[in-house]
Design a protein around this ligand. Structure first.
Ligand SMILES: [Zn+2]
Length: 192
């Protein structure tokens, strides 16, 4: 997914998995300035951009938008905790995952050309179910150890490290990876 930083730099970011990608829609507190989900139409417009691969119509209600923000906040707390090495999670956040996952996810459809799509319309509740199921698979499986927060200064991007060696440190080499490289080079060769 292509992101734009506050300084205007555009860079590609791979969250590695649907539930962490969903965190790109914004957040609470300091992350509120990134908020993209102001109205139900905003979520309906974002869902086709996600890695779920929704090509058809999407329907989102006001209740589903509120549920989306609650689920997102829970996923963020869980993922930030996991990235920080915590293995003890708030019961309310786990309950938020369970509640969303209990709804049916989008129904897969196979097309005549043997591509997969989702039965239209995909609803907000179906999408949130897919996000919650992805999060449960993530937090209840071996990939939990691969949840990371970018090590960049004031960068809060969370991702699943899917690299084989498991040594991914940055949201993007073009963004925080490069800034880190420049800084280490500067420290090694101080001006004057
Ligand atoms: Zn970063």
């Amino acid at each position: 997914m292509e992101l734009t930083a506050l300084d205007g730099q555009r860079f590609r970011f791979d969250a590695g998995t649907l539930s962490l990608e969903f965190l790109l829609t914004g957040g609470e507190g300091e992350l509120a300035r990134w908020e993209q989900l102001h109205r139900p139409e905003d979520l309906a417009a974002w869902i086709p951009r996600s890695r779920l691969g929704v090509g058809g119509p999407v329907e989102v209600s006001a209740e589903e938008l509120a549920a989306a923000r609650r689920l997102r906040a829970a996923v963020r707390r869980l993922a930030a905790g996991a990235a920080g090495g915590s293995r003890s999670f708030a019961a309310a956040d786990l309950a938020a995952l369970n509640e969303a996952a209990a709804a049916p996810p989008p129904a897969p459809v196979i097309e005549p050309d043997l591509t997969r799509s989702w039965a239209p319309p995909v609803t907000g509740a179906q999408f949130l179910s897919a996000v919650a199921r992805d999060a449960i698979a993530l937090f209840a499986g071996p990939a939990l150890d691969r949840v990371r927060m970018c090590e960049g200064d004031r960068c809060y991007l969370l991702f699943l490290d899917t690299s084989r060696p498991g040594a991914r440190r940055w949201c993007s080499m073009d963004r925080c990876g490069n800034r880190h490289k420049l800084r280490t080079r500067r420290d090694r060769n101080p001006p004057g």
